[in-house]
Design a protein around this ligand. Structure first.
Ligand code: ARG
Length: 406
């Protein structure tokens, strides 16, 4: 029986070549799955064209799955709850889409009675880890194939291969950037960016080209941690994210330039544009500042970086990541309120105001004016007992003046 493989197909050069290469080299049948996670907003190629390309490369079929809502509601939403940013900066754009794609790869592998799934990733990146660990978690019986890790072709070789097999590609032998995109933003690698000293050229950016020079104010409303409305208009999350990407991106806000640590041990300079992701995470954090009790807030902040690391490392479906999700979900019960964001100077944002019906902020406790209800006298005993241990220690050891300290 011929082995059947379900390939995560993007429509680009590598995955198109992978279809024919696996057929020729490994003698398998290939079914392509193109998962729409909101990539290529405003792009030039229709999904129909990409399906035709997969068939021209030799695929039995190319299934298109619309996973935009799923991406928003099951993957971006938990990332907002967790204020998810890897190494404090990157909002996990590609890392969030891989588990969505894996879920559909596995579903289609079952539907087509396939014995394996495949991806077009090379051996140097994080995405191979996410595809393979994700598949292992959801379908430990399925084999995972990585043709691009085996074929040893350069980009020019791949273009020649596509021409030889009449695969209608648009790619040229000099591709400058490697770009991955979805609802949560765009990740840009390669080209001039590979020198961390070189300022990123404007060219690869699309979401954050400045087309609006006027000041912009946007009010984001949250209900139990979830963004539910922009300027009072209720929207489903996928629409809210894509609207915000357009509105806020037009002011130039949302770029990140960083050197990051890949799971495979390589430091890599990457640039991202994620206007909605950065705006929503910032706004969400502001509501949390108002409503979360101090110990809970501090503990959550500690776990957030672990959550982001796990997601980055391809551990979306791991037991630790799922347990952290439960903790984080519990913290979101009162994260309800509004945040006003202002975009005045190109590329910059400020939080101008925040409010919540569940705010623990108490004006009469915080104020220094006549409305003050704080019992000042209580502090005297509190501070004396709080500092008692240090005072006792200092008296026993013989207090040194700071000038005598070691
Ligand atoms: N460095 C980012 C990550 O690991 C982005 C990867 C982008 N992937 C790509 N195939 N261009 O999540």
């Amino acid at each position: 029986m011929t082995k059947r493989v379900v390939l995560a197909y993007s429509g680009g050069l590598d995955t198109s070549v992978a279809v024919r290469w696996m057929i020729e080299e490994w003698g398998v049948e290939v079914v392509c799955v193109l998962v729409d996670v909101g990539q290529d907003a405003g792009g030039s190629e229709s999904l129909g064209e990409l399906q035709l390309r997969a068939r021209a490369a030799g695929a039995l079929e190319c299934v298109v799955v619309d996973a935009r809502r799923e991406m928003a509601e099951e993957f971006c939403a938990p990332a907002i709850f967790a204020n998810g940013r890897y190494e404090g900066k990157y909002p996990l754009v590609s890392a969030l889409s891989r588990p969505v794609i894996v879920r559909h790869l596995v579903d289609q592998a079952r539907r087509f009675n396939a014995q394996a799934v495949a991806h077009g990733c090379t051996g140097k990146g994080n995405d191979q880890v996410r595809f393979e660990v994700g598949t292992a978690a959801l379908a430990p019986d399925l084999e995972v194939l990585a043709p691009a890790r085996n074929w040893g072709m350069t980009r020019a070789d791949s273009v020649d291969f596509a021409q030889k097999w009449d695969i209608p590609i648009r790619a040229t032998k000099e591709k400058i950037y490697s770009i991955d995109e979805n609802l949560w933003g765009r990740a840009i690698e390669c080209g001039a960016i590979e020198d961390p000293w070189v300022a990123p050229p404007d060219e690869p950016y699309t979401l954050t080209r400045i087309t609006n020079h006027d000041p912009l104010t946007v009010t984001v409303s949250f209900s139990q941690g979830l963004p539910v409305a922009l300027d009072g208009v209720t929207l489903d999350l996928a629409t809210l994210i894509s609207d915000l990407n357009l509105r806020v991106g037009a002011t130039g806000f949302g770029r990140i330039d960083m050197v990051e640590n890949r799971r495979v041990g390589i430091k890599s300079r990457e640039v991202y544009e994620c206007p909605a992701a950065l705006a929503l995470i910032a706004a969400h954090g502001e509501v949390e500042d108002l409503v979360l009790e101090r110990d809970l807030h501090h503990e959550k902040a500690r776990l957030e970086s672990r959550w982001a690391e796990l997601v980055y490392d391809g551990m979306w479906y791991s037991p630790l990541k799922q347990a952290l999700d439960s903790f984080i979900a519990e913290t979101q019960r009162h994260v309800t309120g509004d945040v006003r964001l202002e975009f005045c100077a190109p590329g910059s944002m400020r939080v101008a105001g925040r409010r919540s019906p569940a705010a623990l902020y108490d004006h009469d406790l915080a104020t220094y004016d006549a409305a003050d209800t704080f019992r000042h006298g209580d502090s005297e005993g509190f501070v004396r007992i709080y500092g008692l241990g240090v005072k006792t220690w200092a008296a026993r050891q013989g207090a040194k003046r700071s000038s005598e300290s070691p």
